[in-house]
Design a protein around this ligand. Structure first.
Ligand code: NAP
Length: 219
């Protein structure tokens, strides 16, 4: 198991947060679901705990979640980051913060990446949380497959970050999800390419009526 055992999800009440929380609960982690509203967090926590049969899952407001966990996963829409992340900076000092965000919108019937001044949702998160060690990961894992059951996903998680120890920790963590291989994607600035792949996957999913993921060949 990765060094960190207690994982919190900021905005963990949405499908991506619940899906990842479920998978890490299955792997034996203590889980905290964060929300703007403690009641919503508590409801989501009950659902995840029931789905993961007997897991330890709590639901609290985002700030409490960020304060108490050893590793934080951001599962809010990227549009929510500028208003919601700065208040968490002191609470996540020196902690690993994983950015799952994809700055995507639907325009003219297709998924497209919204350019951000920082270059990616992950770099935006790092700018808003300067005291955290931000790592980009999980952007290509669709929520529905994460949540459906605990079966192997047979996909890569490309992990990007500027802190090598933090990146290694997130790679180890990723491989606790059944069927995941972690791939070192280099610097945090490369998260923009990983995020953009998700927009491509949305089109591929639509064309083939499948839920697809990423596998890097040649490794
Ligand atoms: N869905 C997917 O398949 C998928 C796949 C790959 C990556 N992602 C990424 O994962 C992240 C979460 O995706 P999602 O589909 O779970 O998102 P979502 O359902 O739209 O939002 C997740 C949670 O964020 C909180 N939130 C929403 N607006 C907010 C605001 N203005 N300020 C603060 N909190 C707000 C809400 O929690 P409360 O109301 O409880 O506070 C909500 O339940 C996104 O960045 C997305 O790009 C998603």
């Amino acid at each position: 198991m990765a060094l960190v055992t207690h994982i919190a999800f900021i905005g963990g009440t949405g499908p991506e947060g619940r899906g990842l929380a479920y998978r890490f609960a299955l792997a034996g982690h203590e889980i905290t679901i964060g929300s703007r509203k403690a009641e919503r967090a508590a409801e989501a926590a009950v659902e995840v705990a029931e789905h993961a049969a007997g897991a330890t899952v709590r639901g609290v407001e985002n700030a409490d979640a960020a304060q108490n966990a050893g590793l934080i996963v951001l599962t809010v829409p990227h549009t929510a980051q500028p208003a919601s992340l700065p208040a968490l900076n002191d609470l996540v000092k020196d902690k690993i913060v994983v950015s799952t965000g994809v700055p995507m919108e639907f325009a003219g019937g297709r998924a497209a990446i919204v350019p951000l001044p920082e270059g990616s949702a992950a770099e935006q998160a790092q700018a808003l949380l300067p005291d955290a060690r931000v790592i980009g990961a999980f952007q290509n894992l669709g929520a529905a497959k994460l949540w459906k059951d605990g079966s192997a996903l047979d996909q890569d998680v490309i992990v990007c970050g500027d802190d090598d120890d933090a990146k290694q920790e997130v790679m180890t963590l990723s491989e606790e999800i059944a069927g995941i291989r972690a791939v070192d994607g280099g610097a945090l600035a490369n998260a923009r390419y990983v995020e953009a792949i998700t927009a491509l996957l949305v089109s591929v999913n639509r064309n083939y009526k499948k839920t697809t993921g990423v596998r890097i060949a040649g490794l």
